[in-house]
Design a protein around this ligand. Structure first.
Ligand SMILES: Nc1ncnc2c1ncn2[C@@H]1O[C@H](COP(=O)(O)OS(=O)(=O)O)[C@@H](OP(=O)(O)O)[C@H]1O
Ligand SMILES: Nc1ncnc2c1ncn2[C@@H]1O[C@H](COP(=O)(O)OP(=O)(O)O)[C@@H](O)[C@H]1O
Length: 421
């Protein structure tokens, strides 16, 4: 039996909404939404108590399939149910708190902060503190609590490095550290207003001290500087995803293979290949060429590549990846993992790819024997964010490859110009 609901004027409780033993549909929100959820359920966003209130940037987007569902269970990426949300009102009913993640013990609720630190001075922190800023804080006197604002998109460093740097700074001046998952919503003004409100909720009438921007010649204490450096490796030490996109037969695999040979010949980095055809025989076996399956295929490639980049590795991907939105998701996954995403558009025109027709697929697609063939009966959305665009028509492989190698050198991520070392 389906859940039936009458029109409610009060926020709905999940118990009202469903028959017993009927599992609620589950949804894992984005990292930004999970941060918002945590602040909503701890009361840190008071007076906000739910998603999607008028004018608030604190929103939740549900997949189309759940749009008409009355109550949805929100789970963390490992499937742990965190809260139930009533879709009509955005009201949130907490089930349990976020439980894992580095420095979880420092993520206190406003009520816990009241209990432990009432009477202190509260200082919002979004970046590693400099020597001058620390001197200023030391001169404040009294008890100081550094509120590390570490939600998605807010701190200058990664959240964990921001907390490590804040702890290192705090130990120099005898301050305490509390982590607050205050996320950025892409609207500077609204985010600033939200941040002021959240900090005021934590301070609850105690003084709030806003630090001035550091001067350009200001330095970090050595231990803080080491944390910043480890978090933001130089481009040549960063994980890297080289992503070739283009029509079938454009030259993606040929260029990717030639590039990998050059990388291996140089001998400074190992490399993992995620070629379109090869991935479809293994990781994506069984997927079709429908839009949905292509998106799944590319997201899988993106997920693996992002993990490789997380560990400073180098992944070379060469699928068609015809959809801009899915490519953008891959870029986001890689950057979120701390890697660099280098997009190469192999822009060989359809006429040339069809003339080459190495595998005879274009002829078959023209005869209608292959449905949804890219460029013939399925779209290819040209990227407008490629670092290198290379049309291989009438060029040798070496010549075309030079464009990619030069783009990589200019980006600072990989210098193959010296050849074998
Ligand atoms: N319908 C259809 N459309 C496009 N391509 C097709 C299709 N059917 C099979 N092939 C072969 O599959 C290769 C493309 O797979 P990809 O995984 O790279 O495609 S996608 O990124 O998921 O769109 C592609 O290989 P490449 O030529 O290396 O690009 C084709 O050989
Ligand atoms: N400058 C060039 N760069 C890359 N491939 C080229 C070039 N000139 C001709 N080709 C040929 O074009 C074909 C491209 O096939 P492939 O690399 O498998 O494309 P894709 O992986 O994009 O489907 C190969 O047969 C390759 O030899």
């Amino acid at each position: 039996m389906a859940c039936t609901l009458a029109s409610h004027h009060q926020p709905l409780r999940w118990q009202d909404a469903c028959v017993p033993n009927q599992p609620l549909p589950q949804h894992c929100p984005t990292p930004r939404e999970l941060d918002d959820l945590e602040l909503l359920t701890t009361g840190a966003l008071a007076p906000l108590v739910g998603f999607g209130h008028d004018g608030s940037p604190v929103t939740l987007s549900l997949p189309d399939g759940l749009a008409d569902t009355e109550v949805v269970e929100l789970v963390d990426p490992e499937g742990l149910p965190l809260a139930r949300v009533t879709t009509a009102t955005g009201a949130v009913e907490p089930l349990t708190h976020h439980q894992y993640g580095p420095f979880r013990r420092l993520y206190l609720t406003p009520a816990q902060v009241r209990e432990q630190y009432a009477g202190a001075t509260f200082v919002p922190v979004t970046d590693a503190l400099t020597t001058t800023q620390l001197d200023e804080l030391a001169s404040l006197g009294g008890r100081t609590v550094l509120l590390a604002l570490v939600g998605t998109g807010t701190p200058a460093l990664s959240p964990v490095a921001t907390i490590r740097a804040t702890l290192a700074a705090a130990s120099r001046i005898g301050a305490e550290v509390v982590a607050v998952p205050l996320a950025s919503h892409g609207d500077a003004e609204a985010d600033h207003a939200l941040g002021v409100q959240v900090v005021a909720t934590y301070a609850d009438g105690d003084p709030v001290h806003a630090l001035p921007e550091p001067a350009s010649d200001d330095a970090w204490p050595d231990d803080v500087a080491a944390i910043v450096e480890a978090d933001q490796p130089a481009p040549e030490d960063q994980g890297l995803v080289l992503f070739f996109t283009g029509l079938s037969g454009s030259g993606k695999s040929t260029l990717a293979r030639a590039l990998m040979d050059r990388i291996l010949e140089q001998g400074e980095r190992s490399v993992t290949s995620l070629d379109g055809d090869v991935v479809r025989r293994h990781l994506s076996a069984g997927l079709t060429f429908s839009k949905a399956d292509r998106e799944t295929n590319i997201r899988r490639i993106g997920w693996v590549a992002a993990e490789i980049s997380r560990h400073g590795g180098l992944a070379v991907c060469s699928p068609i990846a015809p959809f801009a939105e899915t490519r953008a998701q891959v870029r986001e996954m890689v950057e979120e993992a701390g890697g660099a995403f280098f997009l190469v558009h192999v822009a060989t025109p359809l006429e040339e790819c069809e003339r080459r027709d190495r595998k005879g697929l274009y002829a078959k697609a023209r005869r209608g024997e292959i449905p949804e063939f890219t460029g013939i009966s399925s779209p290819y959305e040209e990227p407008d964010d490629a670092a290198v665009v290379v049309d291989t028509t009438g060029r040798t492989i070496e010549d075309a490859l030079d464009d990619v190698i030069e783009g990589l050198r200019a980006s600072g991520h990989l210098d193959l110009a010296g050849g074998p070392g």
